[in-house]
Design a protein around this ligand. Structure first.
Ligand SMILES: [Zn+2]
Length: 233
């Protein structure tokens, strides 16, 4: 087996391993991310808080109206109960009744307003809850898909690691060193295939002597432009 072929084979495995590991890192990140779920949960909490506050305000409006109603009832009892007979007192009670009724009607308007505001917050809670459930369900589906892809990739990465040990076996130290240093400097791609007398990595045309050197089983030829190791195939 020639020197460049061994490195080419190793490169193929490393490229696949890089891809698998890159995607695994992405999946880890996607699984850890829960920004949308967090936001939906927060919106549901806020909606519930608004509902509770509106309910409190409504209760107070109810109590105010009820207290005013009681006052009016007391006034009406005095006015029509027959115990008060003095004309001046009766007139005062009549005036008080007018004022109490006016105030009560104002309070009832407020009560209605607060009731409507409360109902609005109730529908807000319902919407936020529905959204949270939908986000949760969607997230579950996505996570299931990601987990199954993760399992497949982990198995594939293990197999590739085994293949890599086999492929690396018998590669001279010197070749391995230049391969690894090129991998670091050339975005992971140390070995380029020769296609139509050009370097498939950078597209440079090879001189006749370089093309011939690339075919030699005993030497490693490097592209004169990108310096990658050439594999003639
Ligand atoms: Zn090149």
């Amino acid at each position: 087996m020639n020197r460049s072929f061994k490195l080419f084979r190793l490169q193929q495995i490393d490229t696949q391993l890089d891809e698998a590991r890159g995607r695994l890192a992405e999946i880890d990140q996607l699984l850890a991310e829960d920004q949308i779920l967090h936001e939906a949960r927060q919106a549901a909490d806020t909606a519930a808080e608004l509902e509770a506050a509106a309910q409190k305000v409504l209760r107070r409006a109810d109590e105010d109206a009820k207290a005013q109603q009681t006052k009016l009832e007391q006034n009406q009892n005095s006015l029509y109960g027959g115990k008060v007979t003095n004309a001046k007192e009766l007139q005062d009670l009549q005036m008080e009744a007018e004022s109490l009724k006016k105030h009560l009607s104002g309070l009832e308007e407020i009560q209605l307003e607060k009731m409507m505001a409360y109902e609005e917050t109730q529908s807000g809670v319902k919407k936020a809850q529905e959204n949270l459930e939908a986000v949760r369900a969607q997230r579950e589906i996505e996570n299931r898909t990601l987990h199954s892809e993760q399992t497949k990739l982990q198995t594939e990465a293990e197999r590739l690691e085994g293949d890599r040990v086999t492929a690396a076996h018998g590669i001279p130290d010197e070749d391995m060193t230049s391969y690894q240093s090129l991998r670091k400097g050339k975005a992971g791609l140390a070995v380029a295939k020769v296609q139509n007398k050009t370097c498939s990595a950078c597209g440079a045309e090879l001189s006749a002597s370089l093309a011939q050197a690339a075919r030699s089983p005993n030497e490693l030829a490097q592209c004169s432009t990108c310096k990658r190791i050439l594999y003639a195939g």
